[in-house]
Design a protein around this ligand. Structure first.
Ligand code: HEM
Length: 629
């Protein structure tokens, strides 16, 4: 059956043909098999909501917390006075100065995990667009292309007054209108390929075909894998560079040939993808021993379901409490104070993301460390490399013992400090060799305007019922010296961009993030619990966990994840999003709790191959070639 991706209503074969002719079927149409109420979570996200089969599927619309504001032709809003708002790059250099300082609290693993979570619900085409397809927006050709929206650099720019660079390349986000799915006289509706539910789209992909072709081994529920020098990898391309354009040939050859190319993108996303790919196989292999009568299909979907649940458990109960404050999340109902089931499912809410949710997470660019530090497996510091040079460069991780070193760095190195400054590489280089210069935060602010978000004060009002009429009113949310910065650059308090306000806000009480960011993210986190029919804490979903199984999932931690699937990790601190300290000392993996998969023993299967589970969880033996074969 065919559906219109935007509206979710059924369409005729004739209409599909029209899209075929325009080459827009991939984007504008969802082809969906009839829903079966008790089936597993589908890879393409369809049938999550049984009344509206397309909602929850890939390339379906986002919602907005506040309606958009644009000038005519859906161009960027102007200031209250009618003049243009200050230039994005100017605001970035003025409001967020550069500097390098490590965070005393969080490890780089925390930002890597978080960026992986954002990749689950987004897509990479908006970045590929200006890197690969339209690299010319700063050239004369760009002036005639409406897709081009480059960012100008003022002559007195603190960095580029010393260079000849006066323009940063950028394109508009793709929308249902720009692709040609709907008429273009309505506000642009962003189009995204990742499914809007947290379902590890970066590992399993967002549609069935690529998973079947590139992912599944069709044996014991496993994903395809390769063993190279004792390490387990996702399958790789055999010739050429594919998307791994930054691989340094001839040594660096590896590039994952997996359902979602985005798994090769940022270093953090790449590592997480490899780890979760391995974790899937670890789970599937154990289940196949425990339940010898299960077929490949059942093993695969059970392993995927457990893999997703473990990641959600770590995300909701370990990472988010660390960043947003455990008490805050308990109070808001994002996390539960008891380990048992909870069920807030409401089939009238569709599984969707707000446009604001992933947007505000860009704030974490200010917490991104510019150096990638390498440590040996004894924890000795080796050297550091600029992390901006490791995007689309899977090959590096496949060479020598780099995986060991980078993995150690993830839990030994601090993230950049959660403060008001940004690492210079993030705002000068940003995309490594792929642009002469890139400033991620300037792009973030520019996207803020292209998405048409209402001013900061409107979100403050939405979130906290506060109405800020003057710059002085902002002092309730922002330190006085930073209010002054805003007063210097914006004409009116209502001109202040959403992101600019978030950049300068005082951190939330009990947590480490700006309160307005927290408000927007919490709204989404709750929406996920209410709208995702397959949410792991529900007792009434298809193939739901038993109470005993859920209690096992509750034991998952990121430290255990790295013990199980990190290269040569034999010891780690228990709370690996936090830095090693006297309160969080290194301990042996043997002492870290694990999810005991015997809870999935199917009594109808007869006796299992009685194996002690320890070898499964002993990383040294786990990824031996013999074991996986
Ligand atoms: C080395 C580190 C990183 C690099 C090189 C990087 C690079 C980029 C680039 C090039 C973009 C697109 C900018 C544009 O709109 O033109 C982007 C967007 C984004 N980044 Fe990062 N980033 C990094 C780390 C992070 C981290 C730690 C987070 C944490 C949440 C994050 C979250 C996001 C989000 C949510 C977007 C928006 C993507 C979208 O809406 O499609 N990034 N990043």
């Amino acid at each position: 059956e065919y559906y219109d991706s935007y509206s979710g209503t059924p369409v005729t074969v004739n209409e599909v043909r029209k899209h075929d002719k325009k080459n827009t079927t991939f984007w504008c149409i969802n082809q969906i098999e009839p829903c079966v109420a008790d089936e597993w979570r589908r890879v393409d996200g369809s049938c999550n909501n049984l009344h509206q089969p397309t909602r929850g599927a890939s390339h379906t619309p986002t919602y907005r917390l506040l309606p958009p504001v644009y000038t005519k032709n859906f161009d960027k809003r102007e200031s209250k006075s009618g003049r243009s708002l200050p230039l994005e790059r100017f605001l970035r250099t003025t409001l967020v100065p550069m500097g390098k300082l490590s965070d005393p609290t969080f490890t780089t693993l925390s930002t890597n995990f978080l960026v992986f979570m954002t990749s689950d619900v987004l897509s990479i085409h908006d970045t590929i667009n200006y890197i690969a397809w339209k690299p010319y927006c700063c050239l004369p050709k760009g002036r005639t292309d409406r897709t081009c929206v480059p960012n100008m650099i003022p002559d007195d720019d603190p960095v580029h007054r010393f260079s000849d660079i006066r323009c940063l390349n950028m394109t508009r986000p793709e929308s249902f209108q720009s692709i040609g799915c709907i008429k273009n006289y309505t506000a642009p509706e962003r189009i995204i390929t990742g499914t809007p539910s947290f379902d590890l789209s970066t590992v399993y992909g967002s549609s069935l075909k690529p998973l079947l072709e590139k992912g599944r081994l069709f044996q014991s529920g496993l994903l395809k894998y390769e063993v190279d020098n004792g390490r387990v990898w996702p399958p790789s391309i055999k010739t050429g560079l594919d998307v791994c354009l930054a691989n340094q040939r001839p040594q660096e050859k590896r590039c994952h040939a997996i359902p979602e190319k985005g798994g090769n993108s940022l270093a953090g996303i790449n590592l997480m993808t490899v780890w979760l790919w391995r974790q899937h196989n670890l789970i599937a292999k154990a289940l196949s021993k425990i339940n010898p009568c299960w077929d490949d299909e059942k093993l695969f979907y059970t392993a995927r379901d457990i893999n997703i649940a473990i990641v959600m458990q770590i995300f909701y109960y370990e990472l988010l409490p660390a960043l947003f404050g455990r008490e805050n999340l308990l109070k808001d109902g994002v996390i539960s104070s008891t380990p048992g089931f909870r069920d807030f499912y409401n089939n009238e809410l569709f599984p969707q993301i707000s446009l604001e949710f992933p947007f505000v997470l860009r704030w974490f660019h200010t917490t991104q460390e510019g150096d990638m530090k390498l440590f040996d497996t004894e924890g000795h510091y080796l050297r550091k490399l600029p992390i901006v040079n490791f995007t689309i460069r899977t090959g590096f991780f496949g060479v020598e013992d780099n995986m060991d070193y980078v993995t150690q760095g993830n839990f030994r190195q601090g993230s950049a400090k959660f403060d008001y400054i940004v690492d210079p590489d993030i705002v000068n280089i940003g995309l490594g060799q792929f642009q002469r210069a890139a400033d991620l935060l300037t792009n973030d602010l520019a996207k803020n305007r292209l998405f048409g978000f209402q001013p900061y004060v409107k979100y403050r009002e939405l979130c906290f019922k506060q109405s800020f009429k003057t710059f002085d009113d902002l002092k309730q949310a922002i330190d006085p010296e930073r209010v002054e910065m805003l007063r210097d650059v914006y004409e009116d308090v209502e001109d202040v961009d959403l992101l600019a306000g978030i950049w300068l806000e005082k951190a939330i009480t009990g947590g480490h993030v700006p309160p307005t960011l927290s408000c927007i993210v919490v709204e989404q986190l709750l929406r996920v619990i209410r709208s995702d029919r397959h949410w792991y804490e529900r007792p009434n979903r298809p193939n739901a966990f038993t109470y005993e199984q859920l209690l096992e999932i509750r034991k998952a931690t990121v430290a255990r994840l790295l013990c199980d699937v990190g290269d040569k990790v034999t010891q780690i601190q228990r709370h690996a999003f936090y830095r090693i300290s006297n309160n969080n000392p290194m301990c042996s993996c043997k002492d870290i709790e694990f999810v005991n998969l015997w809870a999935w023993k199917d009594e109808t299967c007869g006796t299992a191959t009685k194996l002690s589970l320890d070898p499964l969880y002993d990383p040294a033996s786990l990824f031996q070639t013999e074991f996986l074969k």
